[in-house]
Design a protein around this ligand. Structure first.
Ligand code: XMP
Length: 315
């Protein structure tokens, strides 16, 4: 993409030709799907309906935050509460790829229902180039199945419309600027949500722990950024690990869980460098996580691996 204005013109024309009637838009609150949604609304007007799914796998305060972001972008949207069905779909699943497939399938089934209510079979998604490149297919190796690529069941009657399919993240940001979608000052958050930040089984209780730990990491890092102690990382989060570990409270040994904290710098998420966070900031994060999840999380690790060889997310 050379010229964002030209991209917007041709994307709107393509949307109008790919969507003869109505469409629903899978709107996650991330910049990719918000840009796709705004393009679809511009091209289709009232015929487009953005749907935001509350999967139960979201971060603290996410539903309200996303609603604010959509309002600022001028996007109408409906929230569909669906935590029960996502936890049911993930019951007993530990393999990260299987998690993504189950989540992808649950999303698609839900969107099929919502599309039925809207009277369409067209689903607009914010898929971007790295999503399908990393998901493999053809001659490519599968690095990771992105939920919005590999999870789509072959028997789905939905017809996908993906206006950002050829763009990389920095190009999406340029298009966002062109469209007047407010600069996204939040870090990227994966579509499968906290399910991939909970290693091993995904239960409401383990997701709650991951949610608390992620909120601590976000608050502490955002405070340090605001105080100019560190530059803003590309992404920063906590992962609840699968291996149980032993801690101590008073005279008692307790069996708890461990959390890994990660903060990386990156340009486009294709490569990343682990950040060297100040010791005091790390200490505060560990102290708060183990205090706010006392007896549940007893150990906090800091991930010092670049991408490659590690990915940004753990799973
Ligand atoms: P990795 O972990 O592959 O992540 O280095 C690169 C970027 O993609 C995000 N990510 C995902 N985003 N669905 C998404 O929408 C996914 O399944 C997924 N997995 C990873 C990750 O947070 C990082 O920004």
């Amino acid at each position: 993409m050379n010229d964002p204005a030209e991209f917007v013109r041709s994307a709107e024309a393509r949307l109008r030709s790919e969507v003869p009637g109505r469409a629903i838009i899978a709107a996650s609150g991330g910049i990719d799907s918000t840009v796709a949604a705004v393009l679809a609304e511009r091209a289709l007007g009232e015929r487009a309906r953005a749907v935001f799914v509350d999967t139960g796998l979201l971060r603290a305060g996410e539903v309200e935050r996303v609603a604010g972001y959509f309002r600022a972008s001028g996007l109408r949207h409906d929230v569909v509460p669906a935590a029960d069905r996502f936890f049911a779909a993930l019951d007993g699943v530990v393999d990260p790829e299987e998690k993504r497939r189950r989540i992808g399938t649950a999303f698609i089934r839900l969107f099929e229902e919502e599309a039925g209510k809207t009277g369409t079979d067209r689903l607009v998604q914010g898929t971007i180039a790295p999503d399908w490149i990393e998901s493999g297919g053809g001659m490519r190796d599968t690095i990771k199945t992105h939920h919005n690529v590999g999870g789509i069941p072959g028997d789905s009657r939905l017809v996908l419309v993906e206006p950002l399919r050829d763009l990389y993240k920095d190009e999406v940001r340029a298009v966002a600027k062109e469209l007047g979608v407010p600069a996204f000052d939040r870090q990227p958050f994966p579509g499968p949500g906290l399910a991939v930040r909970v290693n091993g089984p995904v239960t409401p209780e383990r997701v709650r722990r991951a949610r608390v730990a992620n909120a601590v990491v976000e608050e502490e890092i955002e405070r340090a950024v605001a105080a100019k102690e560190i530059p803003a990382p590309w992404q920063y989060f906590a992962v609840l690990l699968a291996s149980p570990t032993v801690g101590v409270t008073g005279d008692n040994r307790v069996h708890g869980e461990a959390v890994s904290v990660r903060a990386v710098e990156s340009i486009d998420a294709m490569t990343a460098a682990a950040m060297a966070l100040p010791r005091e900031l790390l200490r505060r994060i560990a102290e708060r996580i183990t205090r706010e999840l006392a007896g549940q999380v007893v150990r906090v690790l800091y991930d010092i691996t670049d991408k490659p060889p590690a990915t940004i997310e753990w799973e």
